[in-house]
Structure formats: C-alpha cells, structure tokens
Design a protein around this ligand. Structure first.
Ligand SMILES: C[S@@+](CC[C@H](N)C(=O)[O-])C[C@H]1O[C@@H](n2cnc3c(N)ncnc32)[C@H](O)[C@@H]1O
Length: 343
C-alpha cells in the first residue's frame, strides 16, 4: 500500500551516518552486534520523530485549511462539505447540488444496507471528520440518533455546535476537536461509524481503519466514503510517474498525505476480520460536482468570498481542475467501502 509513513528515506543517512561505520577488528562480533542494534534503534527513533513531525505539520495544515475555508463553503454550498450523488450525464441546476449532497448520504446508507425505517436505524453515530456537522444533523433527524462528530478544525467544531443548537439538535449532535487516529471514545461505542470524505486526509490508513473498528460496537456498520487512487493491476507495483506527479500536486493543495486504493482499504478491513465488506466506484455519479464547484467559484459572490478567505483556500480552488483531470484519466476514484463489525 502507498502510505506516507516514511516519505524521507534519506533520513537513514542524514541523521546517523556514524553508527553504521562498524569496528571491523576481529573478535569484536558481539560489540559490533550491539552497535548495530544501537544504530538501528537510533535510526528507527529518528524516523519515528520525523514521521511525527510530518504528521503534526499535516494536521496543522488541515486544521488551518478548514478554519479558513469552511465559512466560504457554507455561504455558497451549505453545510455539507462533500460531493453530491447525481444521475450520470444529468444536467443539474445549482439548486440541485444540495439535494445531491443529501442524496449522497442516503445512497451511502442504502449501499451499506441500513434501514429507511427510523426505528431500525442506528442509535449512536460517530462522524469521523465531521466538517460543520451536516451529516450528523441529518442522521440525528433521520434516525433520532445521538451523533458525535470530530474534526481537526476548531472553527468547524464551534460552527457545528452552533448549528445544532440553532436547529434544536443540541441534545442529539455534538462536536469536538479531536484526531481520528486517536479518537476520544471508548471501545465499542457506536452502531454506525461514518466517515464521509475524511479518509483521504489520514496519513496512516491502517491506524485510521483500526480506530474506526475499535470504536464500532459489535454488529455495527462502518461506512467510509473517500477519494482513492485506482487499484493497481496485478502486473503493477506502483502508479505511473505521471500519476504520482498529479496526485502530489493535489496533495499539496488539499493537505493530503499519500493516497491508497480501494483494494488497500479492503485488505486492511479483511486483516481485521470485518464482515460483509462491499465496495463501489461512484466516480460516474459525482462527475457533475467539480465543474459545478468551479462555476460557483467564478461567480461574483464566489470570487469575492474566495479572495477574502485567504491563501490556502485560493490554492485549493486552483487545484480543482487537477481533480477533474484525475477523474477523467481514471486515476482518481470516488470510493465507498462498507462493512460490519462481527457480533
Ligand atoms: C472534506 S471535509 C468533510 C466534512 C464532512 N464529513 C462533510 O461531509 O461535510 C474533511 C473533514 O475531515 C476532517 N479531518 C481531516 N483529518 C482529520 C483527522 N486526522 N482527525 C479528525 N478529522 C480530520 C477535517 O477537519 C474536515 O472536517
């Protein structure tokens, strides 16, 4: 799987070149072994520290990006910060986009096999990477469920709580700043674990999936809707250089670590013995989304809010054509992955 855990392999040489120069005097094998062990330990620690630094910088970037851009997004697009689900090739008017975003939530629930009947739906939900809480408030209304959202952005958490209070949902939906990779919840708490377009931000996909599974109650449903790169062919070991280059550019604009494929998620879920694992490529159903976002950014309101938001948001807007290119070239996949935690 492609992850960004150790993106800088040079570290092996730059941090501790000396311990690797071993004493070759005959008879000192055990002391050489000790030095080698020390060298390996030091190198591992240095790499771990570097990874933590990288993760810290990424988290800070994500928090700032959403602190800066969420108000503008809400002004133009409302409280869902995710793709809409459209009929392929349909022409849609701007007002249809919010309906398409709600449809995305309903289609995801349907795909996972959750009942439309509120009495049979989930009663406790964790919304991992909750944005300003659009999914949670929708699920709280639909099922009467108690929803808890986490985000890295303090601005989002505050706004999500304010919207819940204003909509009379304060007792049903609450939000806090917390890391999806170290969730502030006990094991086995939620009967729906919901991650709508946050997985792409996670630098350690194994830890991300582990945490989703850990907080899920026995029998719970897990729904991950996320950006993936295409699955590799059996003959391939990695993406093509041009593909890596395009994804790297997108990563810089949207504060994303290395991408993985849908098949990588399936492997992770299988390794944790999850049941009824299902996936689908919904790229054709989200195709009208990016052109619509670009059109909305080019309106007077869009342009003025963009300029007021700040550099990170502008950088994000400039990367939108790259997302379209990635989808068109079959490199980027809009994936849904669902499964059940065993009873
Ligand atoms: C594209 S937004 C999606 C928001 C929301 N799920 C929705 O559909 O409206 C991505 C969200 O993931 C959150 N996120 C990214 N990395 C995170 C992490 N490590 N822990 C918690 N939230 C994270 C961001 O703060 C942001 O709220």
């Amino acid at each position: 799987m492609t992850t960004s855990v150790f993106p800088n392999c040079q570290l092996l040489y730059t941090c501790c070149p000396r311990p690797l120069l071993l004493n070759r005097t005959p008879g000192s094998t055990s002391s050489n072994r000790r030095r080698l062990t020390l060298a390996v330990t030091a190198t591992t620690r240095a790499m771990e520290a570097e990874r933590k630094n990288d993760d810290g910088a990424l988290k800070k970037g994500i928090a700032e990006f959403y602190d800066e851009s969420s108000g503008m997004w809400e002004d133009i697009w409302g409280d869902h910060m995710h793709h809409g689900f459209y009929d392929p090739n349909s022409t849609v008017s701007v007002s249809d986009h919010r309906a398409a975003q709600i449809r995305m939530i309903d289609e995801a629930l349907r795909f996972a096999g959750l009942s439309e009947d509120p009495t049979k739906g989930p009663k406790s939900v964790v919304d991992v990477g909750c944005g300003i809480g659009g999914s949670s408030r929708y699920l709280a209304r639909k099922y009467g469920a108690k929803c808890q959202g986490i985000t890295l952005s303090p601005v989002q958490a505050q706004r999500a709580n304010a919207l819940a209070a204003a909509q009379g949902l304060a007792d049903k939906a609450s939000f806090q700043v917390a890391d999806a990779l170290e969730q502030p919840f006990p094991d086995g708490q939620f009967d729906l674990v919901w991650s709508m377009e946050s997985g792409e931000h996670m630098p350690d996909k194994a830890k991300f999936v582990n945490e989703l599974v850990r907080v899920a109650a026995p029998g719970a449903t897990i729904i991950i809707v996320t950006w993936c790169h295409r699955d590799l062919a059996p003959s391939e070991e990695a993406l093509q250089p041009w593909e890596k280059e395009l994804l790297n550019k997108i990563c810089k604009s949207y504060y994303l670590p290395a991408w993985c494929s849908t098949a990588d998620y399936v492997k992770l879920l299988e390794s944790l013995s999850l049941q009824d694992i299902k996936t689908a490529d919904w790229s054709p159903y989200v195709a009208p989304f990016w052109p619509a976002v670009i059109r909305s950014a080019l309106t007077w309101k869009g342009l003025t809010s963009l300029l007021q938001s700040g550099l990170k948001t502008i950088k994000g807007a400039l990367a939108m054509p790259r997302m379209m290119e990635g989808f068109k070239k079959d490199l980027i996949k809009f994936a849904i992955i669902t499964c059940q935690k065993p009873e």
